[in-house]
Design a binder for this molecule. Sequence first.
Ligand code: ADP
Ligand code: ZN
Length: 598
Amino acid sequence: MSDTPLSLLNRIFGYPAFRGEQAAIVDHVAGGGDALVLMPTGGGKSLCYQIPALLREGCAVVVSPLIALMQDQVAALKELGIAAAFLNSSLDAAAAMEVERDFATGRLKLLYVAPERLLTPRFQNLLEQARVALFAIDEAHCVSQWGHDFRPEYLGLSALHERFPGVPRIALTATADAATRAEILDRLDLHAARVFVSSFDRPNIRYRIAEKTDPRRQLLDFLREHAGEAGIVYCSTRKKVEETAAALVQAGFNALPYHGGMDNATRSRHQERFLREDGVVMVATIAFGMGIDKPDVRFVAHLDLPRSVEGYYQETGRAGRDGEPAEAWMAWGLQDVVTQRRFIDESEAGDAHKRVGHAKLDALVGLAEAASCRRVALLAYFGEPSQPCGNCDVCLEPPVLWDGTEAAQKALSAVYRTGQRFGAGHVIDVLLGKATDKVEKFGHAGLSVFGIGANLDDKRWRAVLRQLVVRGLLEVDHTAYGALKLTQAARPVLKGEETVMLRALEVRPARRKSRLAPSSGAGVHDDEDPLFLSLRAWRRETANEKGVPAYVILHDAALREIAARRPATLEALAEIPGLGTKKLEAYGEDVLAVVAEG
Ligand code: ADP
Ligand code: ZN
């Protein structure tokens, strides 16, 4: 009996059902059609070409820009018993030759190739000899010249279509916007392709955005909720990366720094450890992350505001690729906005570019300040309507609003009376009636506004000022060291014609995870479960012996299911998602032994 897509999914990959558009894509490509697949990170793009590769005659050629990623994908496929190999600069001549021979003689089902290699005359020759099942072009947005990941070699890929018109092509990307999509279709000459657009929602990611009050402590509180888990902490500068990593190590976390200023060897060692060890916290600038295919990143924390919603989405999207619960947490404050605005204004870019930069930042600040569902706001930015999610901080603990009209009036007056020449710090000192040097120097103790804000503390005033800036009642003058100035919008408030509802500052004690559990009950892991920990230890050992990342052996989700169901027989074990025939054969007995002991 011949295989169907579903039987392959069950038997080889060990998964019970296709997700979303996968089934339609697989059918279309297996049937010889071209496709452009837009799917978020973790959506399951790989299966969209891997299963057609198995269904069609010949070998699928997968173009992938990232060497480390190729290696891990191939290791994972081999674990499943699929004949896969890669060709890139990390192979020596002899090894490359062997792969080429296997390819030409039809012994491979999937071959991963770097784009520059694919376009060489030597490889083009090989393509003539081999039977090609399909071309898969991964990270297809690399063809976009305006994008951040542009790869000039990708432009040459349209030639594939000219030389091999009968071979179906599938291009895949997680970049959502319409402009990039059009550019991919155009530059890869995919006009006849069917376009599959998936929802960009990542339902397993819980979004939490907090006001920066005491960032180091807030970060530690957050990380303690994720003890023993792998995650990424993003910082805006190299210096902050170094300092934060050091502080985390001191606090007992297995944390490593990563940024563009480190030497290559150290950087790749740290990346390697993040991929291969369990529970490493990577503290990094945004230089880190592209091509990190680790499925079990349980959290992404931002200690600084990214530059845009796109950036935020992409960076947080590195969490939870395996579909298991994950958290995206960010702390931000007025200073982030001030710094970013100055950065934009001082850049060499033209006015149009600067306007775009400010608008993008505004959109992100809007998301951070939102008093309604984060996910709804996030997806709306990408043009996707949705319903409140029940899995973000706003849905779970709706912010308390308070009538901040009087506070706003006090703050605006303080800005006005001090001459619209000072930043938030001094304005707050005046409101609180603090006798600082600056207050003394400028004689501000004599102002009517001096000390009128003693009813609120420093943190609360900061939150008030930030919200006034975000709403456009105050603006920050970057040409004058971040001085606050009133805008037209401040007038009706000062005249008492408008009320201002503000978000209350959340000053909560560190929470237990369970308080934020989604109502579905699917969210909380009991990672203290001794059986889960034993299984993880067994997996680490096995992975080390084989020299592959732990998740190549079995995913966390599978280990957790095993720990929960405690299967006693191979048949029972086969029911666990993620255990196909090959893995059962290779590890079934070992896993049962661990379960029996635990
Ligand atoms: P992408 O390339 O889109 O980021 P992957 O192809 O790496 O995503 O898949 C993400 C994760 O989802 C992988 O761990 C994969 O095994 C898993 N996955 C994909 N499709 C399914 C499915 N139909 N059922 C269960 N798990 C799946
Ligand atoms: Zn929500």
